[in-house]
Design a protein. Sequence first.
Length: 429
Amino acid sequence: MHISTDNLFSVAAASLLAVFGVAHAQPPSPNPVAWRQLEQQFQDMVKTQERAGIAWIVAQHGRQLSSGAIGWQDQERRIPVDELTTFRLYSMTRAITTVAALRLMDKGKLNLDQPLAHYLPKFAAPKVVTKSLKTDEIQLVPAKREITVRDLMTYQAGFGYAYDYPTSLGLKREEILGLNLSTAQGIDRLAEFPLLHHPGERWHYGFASDVLGRVIELITAQPLDQALQQLVFDPLGMTSTGFFSSLDHLAKAYGPDPLTGRWIELTERLPKSADYIQAGSMHSGGGGLLSSASDYFVFCEMLRNRGVGPHGVFLKASTVDLMERNTMSPEQGPLFWHRADASPVMTEGGWGLGIGVRQSSVNTPLLTSRQGELFWGGLAGTGFFIDREAGITAVVMTQYLGPDGDKPVLLLRQALYGSPRAEETNLAP
């Protein structure tokens, strides 16, 4: 088993921490014993085949507290996880797509309250699915208002995923995110279907960020991969992030066989939101990106620093504040991600613009989190959280399908907030 810890990201992450340097007194670190215990827990997860490999970075006020890579990105070929390993982000793509759109807003090129139909006329005068109270049959009614760009970011546009729609409508995922399509073709197809809810009435996870990606394409007159490169990746120095990666760096997915429970490779069972190994024409703004732990850490540090990137102001501080403001009432929920069943990570969660926002502090055996935390995760075991008050940025990456998908990021929170010295470091919830 390959194990590399402590100074794994000394070249990649440490240099990035330096350029984000913000004047702070040297903060006391959480108990080093907690980090050694965390590393041992991650090692045990690899040894017992709970995960094939794990990469992580956690820092306070830009000062690295712990980082490492344990296990394999490819068990069969014995390729270890390292600082260049790329992971399928799935839902962690959404925050990046949202930030790209907000940069366009900062430049005066995008109005959040503009009707979506201004950019995509096929979404004008949308219909909403309902059922007849008399016959229980599917009916379509006019939406109470138009969809806005803001609705795409707040997830109140009325979109779900294919499995959320009545089967009689015939909506298929491959017709929206199929690799044989362009992003434009997929979103045009989506426009042919009704909404699940009236705009603004419900929070629902679905194709909203994919539609937002298409809006970005139209404003920039570029495919989404090129637009994100110019708007986000190049300015932040995210050199390992994109819609495809070399096979030498792309982590495979593993997990228990659903039938036998035996540990197997499950890469081909992952949904394809991009080609991943070569350039393509489908660029999912909701789930298509790949990234390394160190690259995504840079993105999160920019948010922690309220829009300051490696080369200065990247987003207006007021724009970051807007992104982090909860937009979801309890009546519009519940909050969930790739599955609708409850996850500990969702506890007391709200939603800003393309990102989860902790509404009140949580201190349970499963989750410790502070009010105001920014967070989210991905289908294949990736996760991040940002606690600006405590100066914390944390990223965890795995490629996994199976039960307890959030375990690594929950363990990292416990190491951070559950430390015996938590009160001394002002990290106590």
